[in-house]
Write a protein of this length. Structure first.
Length: 160
């Protein structure tokens, strides 16, 4: 299993995925919960992440250890890298360029607009929540393979 983290000053996005990049569980937590997150990665008590869950379901996460954690190299990554390096997994710091834009595309792929909103181009719509978890997923997908990222995101022309 793989994990991705999108660091920030006050909060961080996190995601757990299968080896193929399939989203299993994702969420956004305050920086103060980083030690809890690290403990959950060690103990595999995925349900303890429920207070911060935004995508997926803890019941769908297998009882496997996290093999690699991908950490975006953006704001707050240096201090977060020090804490996460204590984990029993490989830590890879990766480029997170365009992860916010990619997170928007991932959000609309997971939650397509309904009703009259379907008629508006996606580029004119703003998702109704923070997307730090999906930015973490985007970073993880980009680290796996650029072509894997495209298969989840679709082509930019599909934007409306």
């Amino acid at each position: 299993m793989l994990a991705g983290v999108d660091p920030g000053r006050e909060k961080f996005g996190w995601v757990l995925s299968g080896e193929d990049g399939t989203l299993l569980l994702g969420g956004i937590a305050p920086i103060s919960a980083l030690s809890v997150f690290l403990d959950v990665l060690r103990t595999r008590r995925w349900g303890d992440l429920e207070p911060w869950r935004t995508e997926g379901c803890a019941e769908n996460v297998p009882d496997e250890e996290v093999r690699v954690l991908f950490l975006g190299n953006g704001t707050g990554s240096e201090s977060m890298e020090k804490v996460l390096s204590e984990g029993a997994f490989a830590l890879r710091v990766v480029e997170e360029r365009y992860s916010t834009l990619d997170a928007r595309r991932l959000y609309w792929a997971l939650h397509p607009p309904r009703g009259m909103r379907r008629l508006l181009p996606l580029s004119l719509q703003v998702p109704p929540r923070s997307l730090d978890d999906l930015a973490a997923w985007s970073t993880l997908l980009a680290a796996l393979r650029p072509e894997k990222k495209r298969s989840f995101l679709g082509s930019p022309e599909e934007d409306g």
